[in-house]
Write a protein that binds this ligand. Structure first.
Ligand code: MV4
Length: 480
């Protein structure tokens, strides 16, 4: 494999190209016209404009991207996350054109893209699942019967769902018909597939996911868990590894379950198996994400691996060099997604010009970044500027370092989620590890952040005043 095309932009495109370069592999970037001066374009060995600003006219043009790859004699395509990364047809077309898709086979993508198909696939593997049904349901009478058996509250989910779309909690029987109708129409308009099913609603879950890696020789390993419970409207905000609540036994059980899920769909490459963990520490398989995830760096830090390197080696047909027994967890890592969004204004995108953009550096700090000072943030794409990642010997150390790194991350011109991240890191519930997926909803209001920011500004002003007064004392030189 001599040349890889990265079908993505921003921080992940750069992150993938860094590893390719380290391995002596040449890189090709693609870009839309608004990205012509973007860092990922400058970083690549070659770069090709594939179209207009909207992703549907550039980063999502699978056939066009494959054409470019063939023209430039590329050997493999890395899709990153988002865009074409979980598009089974694209993966198939890549392979049909004698190029390597750095990811699983199209069939695994397809199976895991449907929650019902995924349940069906893992059925024979003894994986814990939330009580519920594993087929689409349209009949309200039947749904009522099942709901009564499971016991309210129940959750209606869209099979093609993602990001919480098409999901409805139903507290009582009298709400079921209307909520089911809503879930179905939402699923049709969002995914073009109205299949919904029913599960017992787990009220205060933690979201724990397991990183897996599989080669083409039947070897599958897991690289432990990531805790992703701190999220806002299904958008992850802070992720960490390991989770503060898993015991070694539970970790092994979940890891083994994840490996079985991967085996159930003949998985190849890097994947993530999502679980819910309830208050009694029962875990349930939710779904599998068939891509490299945004939050993969926390796993890399605690396991000392380079997941993109492993992806590339597996794609070249090599056998996994790491055995499960070789892996252990060292230290603790945290990741904050730095979005150009205003936490004081309902997290609305705050796109504009990066007047000042300075990134923290130092031991235990990693920033996977896609932007630079002086750039405009395009309105067309996800407004994530970077991922701020810290690593320490302990969870406490990683949290302290995150707070320091946030203070040293200087962004002017747009609002970011940095102060929000600091609020999370300083919060008692987060520090104690005693939180679930409702953390943000429970504890965050713009008012608390505002008052925290004001207190900080006041302290900063007092320190400045004290310094000024001291300077006045020492610098006053008598003239006679
Ligand atoms: C659930 C659940 C409670 N009970 N399933 C949300 C998106 C999708 N991936 C699965 N999700 C959930 N499924 C049952 N049976 C709660 C959620 C959920 C959630 C899960 C993970 C992370 C954040 C979440 C936020 C709200 C709801």
């Amino acid at each position: 494999m001599k040349k890889i095309l990265v079908a993505n932009r921003g921080e992940i495109a750069i992150r993938v190209m860094q590893t390719a370069r380290k391995m002596g592999i040449k890189t090709v970037a693609i870009y839309s016209i608004v990205d012509r001066n973007a860092p990922h374009v400058k970083f690549a060995d070659e770069a090709v404009c594939v179209g207009e600003a909207p992703s549907s006219e550039s980063y999502l043009l699978g056939s066009k991207i494959i054409e470019v790859a063939k023209e430039l004699h590329v050997d493999a395509i890395h899709p990153g996350y988002g865009f074409l990364s979980e598009n089974a047809d694209f993966a198939e077309e890549v392979e049909k054109n004698n190029l390597i898709f750095i990811g699983p086979k199209s069939k695994a993508i397809k199976v895991m893209g449907s929650k019902l198909a995924a349940k069906e696939a893992v059925k024979a593997y003894d994986i814990p699942m939330v009580p519920g049904i594993d087929e689409a349901i349209t009949d309200v009478i039947k749904a009522k019967k099942i709901a009564k058996e499971i016991g309210f509250p129940i959750l209606i989910k869209a099979s093609a769902g993602g990001g919480g779309k098409g999901m409805r909690v139903v507290e009582k029987e009298s709400d079921l018909a209307s909520q089911m109708q809503r879930a179905i129409s939402e699923a049709i308009s969002a995914f073009g597939d109205g299949s919904v099913f029913i599960e017992k609603y787990v009220g205060s879950p933690r979201h724990i996911e397991i990183q897996v890696m599989a080669d083409t020789h039947g070897n599958v390993i897991h690289l432990f868990e990531r805790e992703c419970s701190v999220q806002r409207r299904h958008q992850k905000v802070v992720e960490e590894a390991p989770s503060a609540v898993l015991t070694p036994t539970l970790r092994t059980e979940m890891g083994e379950a994840a490996v079985k899920v991967a085996k159930a769909c003949d998985y190849v490459g890097a994947g993530t198996v999502e679980f819910l963990l309830d208050e009694n520490h029962n875990f349930y398989f939710l779904e599998m994400n068939t891509r490299l995830q945004v939050e993969h760096p926390v796993t890399e830090l605690i396991t000392g691996t380079d997941l993109v390197e492993l992806q590339i080696k597996v794609a070249r047909g090599e056998e996994l060099s790491i055995k499960q027994e070789d892996l252990d967890i060292k230290g603790h890592a945290l990741e904050l997604r730095v979005y150009a969004e205003d936490p004081l204004n309902d997290f609305l995108p705050s796109v504009g010009h990066l007047d000042t953009y300075r990134i923290p550096i130092g031991e235990g700090i990693r920033v996977d970044n896609g932007f630079e000072e002086g750039m405009d943030i395009p309105i067309y794409y996800d407004p994530m500027l970077s991922k701020l990642i810290t690593y320490g010997k302990t969870r406490e150390e990683a949290i302290q370092l995150m707070i320091k790194a946030i203070d040293e991350y200087i962004v002017e011109g747009v609002q970011t989620t940095l102060p929000f991240g600091k609020y999370v890191c300083k919060h008692e519930a987060f520090r104690s590890g005693n939180f679930d997926t409702h953390f943000v909803k429970k504890y965050y209001t713009p008012e608390v952040l505002k008052s925290e920011m004001e207190t900080e500004a006041r302290i900063a002003a007092l320190i400045a005043l004290k310094q000024y007064q001291e300077d006045q004392q020492t610098l006053r030189i008598p003239t006679h």
